[in-house]
Ligand binder design. Sequence first.
Ligand code: 5RP
Length: 223
Amino acid sequence: MTQDELKALVGQAALRYIQPGMMVGVGTGSTVNKFIDALASVKGQIAGAVSSSIASTERLKALGVPVFDANAVEELAVYVDGADEIDRAGYMVKGGGAALTREKIVAAQSRQFICIADESKLVDTLGTFPLPVEVIPMASARLVRQFARMGGQARIRMKDGAPLVTDNGQQILDVTGLRITDPLAFEAQVSQWPGVVTVGVFAFQKADVCLLGTSEGVKTLTF
Ligand code: 5RP
């Protein structure tokens, strides 16, 4: 099976967590796009969605799924999102699609995080995928130096020859060379550096379930 087929498989499998009348938290990325396509097939039965990015909002609306502001909803039963890396405890690295801040917000207001991923995303230790960190632009050079002191090489993510601008008007640093052995401690430490908006380690908002697409089918990991 191709990676795209595995993504479609887990996107469809996530529907088993969707109940009639539910308001669904929706993540961002190519795997989530498969979930959005599947969700559209039950759009008449759900209340709607809270989305984690402009891109997902546009896709949901184009398929006829009503999208609500996060502030209009107190709590979501489930949040479905992908990951760049997930370890065997459900801790993740996210933000490859630059949507990590809104993803963490929607995850925080959800009772259950369902991660959908193909098997290439499962790792023993987080840190091989360059860690995305959303930052306030005036702090970027100082934060590059701060990551260097912990052994990381941080680079501003570029798009079309200029720094990428997130949905929140900020920039992304991608940090290589890190080995994140204690995700909770790492997230707590980096989150309090001035100028960091969101670090792409999802330890406090870890997955509760991972639907992992493998050549033998969908494996369900629970944490
Ligand atoms: C976006 C994310 C995505 O969930 C992550 O990058 C995985 O994306 P894909 O499903 O395209 O591999 O965190 O900010």
